[in-house]
Design a protein around this ligand. Sequence first.
Ligand SMILES: [Zn+2]
Ligand SMILES: [Zn+2]
Length: 254
Amino acid sequence: MKLRVLGAFGSEGLGQRPSAFLVNDRVLVDAGSVSGALTVPEQLEVEHALISHSHLDHVTGLAFLSETLACCGARRPVTVASTEPIVDALKKSVFNNVVWPDFARIPDATTPVLKYRTLVEEAEQRVGELWVTPVAVTHTVPTVGFVIHDGTRGFVYSGDTGPTQALWSAARGLTSIRAVILECAFPSRLAALAEAARHMTPALIQRELDKLPPDVPIWIYHVKPQFFEETADELSRLGGGRVMMMEQDKTYSL
Ligand SMILES: [Zn+2]
Ligand SMILES: [Zn+2]
């Protein structure tokens, strides 16, 4: 399984793009950045977008990807998939003909460039060539993490979350899991902000470690660019080498 990091950050900075990952060239996991990280032919290869929640740093790339598809002769739509509250939020608050056009009706309602699919929470379902289980996590708006595998290899993706439980329980005992992709937003001194915004800090991750699937590497994404060096420095001292920062534009093999 191939995992390409299109955006590794929890916001935008100079050369630092919001969170998005591409699995096997076809399936986006979050879409904070797409068109700024992929060529047009690469964008046209995308078939599915698994979306953890409606915050801009996870969906902005869908807006511009839709435009690419509409403008550049896409042969098929991109199917945006998540649980019901998240799909609803995208329809009502983003692709609502106010913030951005309703690309589920462009060029027309029968052959649109964007389609929506509602996933069942805590059930494993087929998305392209992958198996995907969405599990609710702990954030300020409805948010899911995903357990994703291809039958033999896969990973857990946290989405935005503070300390949580159900996602780690869902991943426990799955032998296919090769990595936990875990968010961290702020340095530990900003614990109050992390608590209010429902995000992780290195100190919170330290406490979370025992809940995670054992013996699996933890790959960190979503650090806010404003606090990157301080947070990365704290993370480098965690977990005895088990915790690693994900690099933007790098492709990981699982
Ligand atoms: Zn975020
Ligand atoms: Zn968020």
